[in-house]
Design a protein around this ligand. Sequence first.
Ligand code: UDX
Length: 439
Amino acid sequence: MRITMIGSGYVGLVSGACFSEFGIHVTCVDKDSAKIDRLNAGEIPIFEPGLEKLVADNRAAGRLIFTTDLAAAVRGADAVFIAVGTPSRRGDGHADLSYVHAAAEEIAEAIDGYTVIVTKSTVPVGTGREVARIIAKTRPAGDFDVVSNPEFLREGSAIGDFMRPDRVIIGTESERARAVMRRLYRPLFLIETPILFTSLETAELTKYAANSFLATKITFINEIADLCEKLGADVHDVARGIGLDGRIGAKFLHPGPGYGGSCFPKDTLALVRTAADAGAPARIVEAVVDINDRRKKGMAARILRACGGSVSGKTIAVLGLTFKPNTDDMRDAPSLDIVPALQAAGATVRAYDPEGMGEARKLLRDVTWCDDAYEAMDGADAVTIVTEWNEFRLLDLERAKGLLRRPVMVDLRNIYRPDEMLAAGFRYLSIGRAPVGFE
Ligand code: UDX
């Protein structure tokens, strides 16, 4: 089988590489010729564990190629995936579909023979029908079907998520298109992955509903964490206590500085707008969006509190900048609110992130960039953990204490235990648990 992936960003690249690992011939297309040149030179433009090897192996096997020539890549393909960006449109939060629509037109001009056009990008409900309309208008005699096949890939574990998903959603009314999709996902049928066949609209909405639900779950536990702080309860015990109820489930109940990344902020906002336009307001998700925004903005206040109420003239070491570990992605990362707020309050920031500093340098100003966690802590008045990279989980606390001017740690990811930090002589403030070491 032959497929084409339009858009070689995060979703297109990971999905393309994984399909080629299934034994399918995959051509990944992108308009950005510099990106295609890099990929053809064996360079991977994003940081994703395992991706470099997967791409290299499948390129060597001749199953994965990269090109800027969309028309050539589409001719003869059994399926063409649209995996271009759908950023939030400036001003109104609606997903910007200009790239999707442009891709649909170009695909329409190039198809020859029956082709399944698959939307992989997260797109608002109704986009699949619109793509079908655009293609039919551009190529009235074109033989094609449109399918919605949303991705559920987590950055940092995207390959595992693709190869062993909880489910695959395939939205189309066409039996012919279903047969093509069944063949593409055959390796997952063999491992008994639930594959749900739905209508186009249902598949599109399922993606938004899944991400909005997960964002809601995180926001719920974040609010419970705040309540724990007021009432002297421990949020981890509460999370475990509720998570053991099979109806609730233990995952996505880890409190933190608020969710970020390329999906949750954008998808929750898009669901809110879609629901409002449809006359069925999604009030819970509206609240989630608002609470999460405020949470990220309010995080710096915790650091001020740990520093006695002011950080003016003080130096703060910030460990971790990306929205989560194992990625270099800075999109909507809490650090983008926290660092400027600390600076506005008069602090000097020394920061370190294992993979995110290249991106962070473009987004944050006047930061002293450090080569490791210890260099960041050298001479700082407090250290804050903003992203839970593994290398921050086992810091040499004696060494850290020797480097810091004051032994103050604000752990926004709860990767240390209050009792061990107290024993190590730290003043330690975390999320949803009583602070320790402060008089
Ligand atoms: C998410 C979805 O999980 C994935 O299925 C989807 O298709 C794309 O969006 P991703 O954005 O890569 O994936 O990251 P995820 O691991 O889901 O985390 C999102 C954000 O929530 C991060 O900022 C993370 O720190 C935060 N989070 C997650 C919490 O604060 N607590 C949790 O318990 C889990």
